[in-house]
Design a protein around this ligand. Sequence first.
Ligand SMILES: Nc1ncnc2c1ncn2[C@@H]1O[C@H](COP(=O)(O)OP(=O)(O)OP(=O)(O)O)[C@@H](O)[C@H]1O
Ligand SMILES: [Mg+2]
Length: 503
Amino acid sequence: MVPAAEMRGITKSYPGVLANDDVSLEIRKGEIHSIIGENGAGKTTLMNILFGLVKPDRGSILVRGSKVDIKNPHIAISLGIGMVHQHFMLIPNFTVLENIILGQEPARRGWLNRKEAQKAVMRLADSFDIAIDPQKRTEELSVSQQQETEILKALYQGGEIIILDEPTSVLTPQQTTALFRLLRGLKSQGKTIILITHRLSEVLQISDRITVMRGGRVVDVLDIAQATEEKLAHLMMGDLEWKPLTDEKTAPEKVIFRVENICLFTLEGLPRLKNISFSIRKREILGLAGVAGSGQKELLEVLSGLRPCTSGKVWYRNRELTHLSPKERREQGIAIIPDERQILGLILDFKLKENLILGQHHRPPYCRRFSLNYHRIGANARRLIEEFNIQPSNPELGTAALSGGNQQRVILARELSQNPGVIVASEPTRGLDLAGRIFVHHLLYHQRNNGKAILLMSSQLEEVLELSDRIAVLRGGEIISILSPQDADIDRLGKLMTTGRYL
Ligand SMILES: Nc1ncnc2c1ncn2[C@@H]1O[C@H](COP(=O)(O)OP(=O)(O)OP(=O)(O)O)[C@@H](O)[C@H]1O
Ligand SMILES: [Mg+2]
């Protein structure tokens, strides 16, 4: 059978980096094909080329056997290729329907015929068993709903080949199961799926075939029958030194961070956070588990000072932080690792070295009498790039040029290098490859032992269970339980998160 798509000899270089090096890829019709590889291996670049977002230096592309020139995404879409990006591309204040039909409006006498468009979208959604509310604004959707909207959009545009770049890194395990059900449904209706993910267990669950990339090259293509987790990990990164978390765990000390009765109401008077209280001791990691959309985002905004709470107090040591700005909180020793790194964490137009001092740029040693000390800024960048293994290692590079996982490393490096007393980390390992994830776990553990109080918000229950001293369960904007990891396992936590009850 003619492959659905073929990429031959694709090469793409950026200054100092060969992002894709003579890559060939064959995608068969009706298969779920996973592409895996470490951060910066070239996965997104390859898919951006297939979708017409990036122009390769060399190489050719065939779609259903014919050679094509995919100069831009419009051409990709007209060829039946759709893409759900690593960072969502929906317009927040548009409705679901508007986002889906954007650029594709069925016109009648030049006007958009909404009714017809809505019917068509709903028919499509039904046929793939996707539940959506077309009139809802996109900004009110949970990430998994946003993702479904993006998938539906790709289908609406006639997508036969759907590319998903790390769709599961923003999902909870339950949502991932639902997404995989949807992908299998698409497959059974003859669609072809290309999936990028860092989670090997998922790769083994869903793929028909797997392409492994490393340093811009394809190192192997496997049928699912030949693949095991060890084999894939080895192909991706060679021999990984596997250090378990063996550091002796020191005992937590006195409470240094406290949140008292935080309530948050929206402008319409809807409660988003209800009476949230918890405390974290020095040398303690408090894990926060919860289904996405249970109030994590709002809590992060309140703790970072981006959004005032309606009532309640935040304390660090003996100081009340409730009314301090994000900058003042940072100066007090609160570090925030946000999950929406491109919005809250980084300025993509800035250089790598500049992002590494963001928030400290106005004070010594980086700034004295209004002039920046480039020597210190450069030295800081070189040290952090090395310590956090940021690739490419050029401090002068624009941050937009970094791969997703490497952008995450930049935020971690910056926030943790300021020697904070409290670390609020939301999805700290999102988008990181296996080695990166292990590195961050060690890092947080080490920070804990060094006397920090850490709030770990994560949708990865394994991560929460492994690292936390205590686990708080957030449900519907409320903390419904705080338990010790000994009393919890994944099933139990999952039940508690979804039903509010243990069993
Ligand atoms: N616009 C760009 N300018 C310069 N370099 C870039 C650009 N886009 C990507 N690169 C570089 O190309 C290489 C491959 O990046 P790519 O985003 O394809 O990696 P990835 O496999 O998707 O990684 P991740 O798992 O971290 O998302 C990286 O070294 C990256 O820094
Ligand atoms: Mg990527």
